[in-house]
Ligand binder design. Structure first.
Ligand code: HEM
Length: 544
């Protein structure tokens, strides 16, 4: 009789077991190894079980756009469409460029994923105009304003319209921009005339010491710190008059610290979209605490000084506007500091950087520089001054500034939030619904560098904007250096005046010459693709 199957198997087991005993116990080692394999398998299974929810969390939405009929720019499984946000190997402009190049001209928009979060990338400037201007009602907030819900303790950031949403944004913007009207700037024009003189005096003192070479980034930031401090607080920041050569003073140091901190934090907020609750846990903020304290003290002391000297009636500047807000709207000390900081912090770095780029491009293009100088000389008085209205109306000067802003695109993209459900017409037959809360990015850097809209896009050609063409291009959503619509840059007039006045004073007195080496633009830590490092330019003074 054949043994039953189980008996047979147990025989084999017994047999092999006795063999193992005979051969000195390798079976024992085998069992150990077997156990190890089981353990490893268990660990791997466990790891997968732990990672599965993470994987599902990160990729859950990846079919979002396909389901809604919008073409998807294929995301990387874990990193989304813009991997540079997490890997930091490329900046956002470069990541957006790859997507833009692939789909532009064929589609009005594509669906992308910022890590796991669906977003719309606009590819058609006309759609950008729709979002910023025509359909603003449905895209009222900016992505940065949505961050404030996770940084409520940042008391001055939340008073800046840039970071504000909804009705708070409207109130803050109305309060703040009344102090920046064309009329007020005109009444305070002496500030710019005086800063222009300080700038040329500073240059005259320093060019000889350095073989006519001036590091232009430092020069421009000294100038914008001087103008902004005089306009906002009525004080001489000392950046153009101090004896301490080469050393940034306290105001400049604080403003620069704020800029690098705020930009870094914006990139951290973008990356933390993967786990927004972490922002609350880490109590993230945009304004560093010591700059808050510094500027609060500065505002308090400036108000005390103004009230003591009692010249708020004569001097029209931002401080006189703040004092009126205190009187008429019961604005608190924190409200006043918040408004003052909005102008200083949103205006100092942007305007300084814009001036530096303009001077660099003028040094690269001597014919444009000469044409600008001729415009100045033809319009200035015998005493080499220009009144406010004339300065604001010089056409070539404005073209130079817009062309420089186009090339540098200092704020390279705007991300808006859908605040009211709407839709986008993708083509004649198809449209996509946009849900409330959805974000939509306008890649103005890409528009500004697209040869379709700007032939030879990397060349500096202010003549592109002859006959005020830049205004037409803004209306078409193609040229957006200050954005457009109700959330257009609040300080645009202030920035233009500051740039125009500085260029008038520098270019009428100096020939700006580039060194032999061309300075290249490169992607910076988070946003722009701009001139990097020291910008050493030669300034040759004209004989009077
Ligand atoms: C050349 C210099 C400047 C450039 C290129 C510039 C550019 C811009 C751009 C593109 C925006 C829109 C950002 C977005 O929608 O995401 C903006 C907003 C803003 N800018 Fe400027 N800006 C400059 C100077 C200034 C100055 C001097 C101030 C001072 C008041 C200022 C205050 C603001 C504020 C408060 C906002 C937010 C507006 C809102 O959301 O309602 N900017 N700026």
């Amino acid at each position: 009789m054949l043994p039953a199957k189980n008996d047979f198997e147990s025989n084999v087991h017994l047999h092999s077991h006795s063999n193992q005993l005979k051969t000195g116990g390798w079976g024992c080692r085998n069992t150990k190894r077997g156990n190890m394999y089981i353990l490893i398998t268990l660990i791997l299974v466990l790891l997968h079980l732990l990672l599965l929810p993470v994987y599902l969390y990160l990729t859950w939405h990846h079919k979002y756009w396909r389901k809604r009929g919008l073409l998807t720019a294929k995301p990387l499984t874990l990193l989304g469409t813009y991997p540079g946000l997490l890997t930091r190997k490329r900046n956002l402009v470069q990541d957006v460029q790859s997507v833009y190049n692939k789909y532009k001209g064929k589609h009005r928009a594509v669906g992308v994923f910022v890590t796991r979060q669906p977003q719309i990338l606009v590819l058609d400037p006309q759609l950008a105009h729709e979002v910023l201007v025509e359909n603003f009602r449905c895209y009222r907030d900016s992505l940065t304003s949505s961050y404030m819900q996770h940084a409520k303790w940042d008391k001055y950031a939340k008073r800046n319209p840039f970071w504000a949403a909804g009705d708070t944004w409207r109130r803050l913007r109305t309060e703040a921009q009344a102090g920046l009207s064309a009329n007020r700037l005109k009444q305070g024009y002496a500030i710019w005339e005086q800063s222009g003189k300080k700038l040329t005096n500073y240059m005259a003192q320093h060019v000889n010491m350095h073989n006519n070479i001036l590091e232009t980034r430092d020069l421009c930031f000294r100038y914008t710190a001087d103008v902004m401090c005089d306009f906002i607080w009525g004080i001489d920041a000392g950046t153009l008059t101090s004896d301490e050569q080469g050393l940034p003073n306290m105001v400049q140091e604080m403003a620069s610290k704020w800029t690098s901190y705020a930009f870094y934090m914006i990139s951290i907020f973008m990356a933390s979209i993967i786990a927004p609750f972490s922002r609350l846990l880490l109590r993230l903020r945009f304004y560093p605490k010591d700059t808050d304290e510094f500027f609060s003290k500065l505002t308090k002391e400036s108000i005390e000084l103004r009230l003591k000297t009692g010249y708020e009636v004569e001097r029209i500047d931002y401080l006189s506007h703040l004092l009126r807000l205190r009187e008429e709207k019961n604005a608190t000390h924190d409200d006043l500091v918040g408004h003052a900081l909005t102008v200083m912090l949103d205006g100092y770095d942007t305007t300084g950087s814009a001036l530096m780029h303009a001077l660099y491009y003028l040094s690269e293009y001597p014919a444009a520089q000469q044409k600008l100088r001729t415009e100045f000389l033809n319009n200035a008085t015998k005493t080499k001054t220009l009144d406010f209205d004339k300065l604001c109306d010089l056409p070539y000067l404005e073209q130079v500034i817009y062309e420089s802003l186009r090339l540098s695109s200092l704020i390279p993209q705007y991300t808006k939030v859908c605040t009211h459900p709407t839709n986008i017409q993708l083509n004649e037959f198809k449209r996509v619904e946009v849900e409330q809360g959805m974000t939509i990015m306008i890649p103005n850097y890409q528009f500004h560098h697209d040869p379709k809209y700007f032939p030879e896009p990397e060349a500096f050609k202010p003549e592109r904007f002859d006959n005020a063409e830049h205004h037409n291009l803004v209306r078409q959503g193609i040229l957006l250096p200050f954005s457009d619509g109700p959330r257009i840059c609040m300080g645009m007039r202030l920035a233009l005046l500051t740039l125009k006045s500085a260029l008038f004073h520098i270019i009428s007195n100096y020939q700006v010459v580039r060194s032999k080496k061309k300075i290249k633009t490169a992607g910076d830590s988070g946003f722009g693709v701009v001139l990097q490092g020291d910008i050493n330019l030669e300034y040759r003074r004209f004989l009077q």
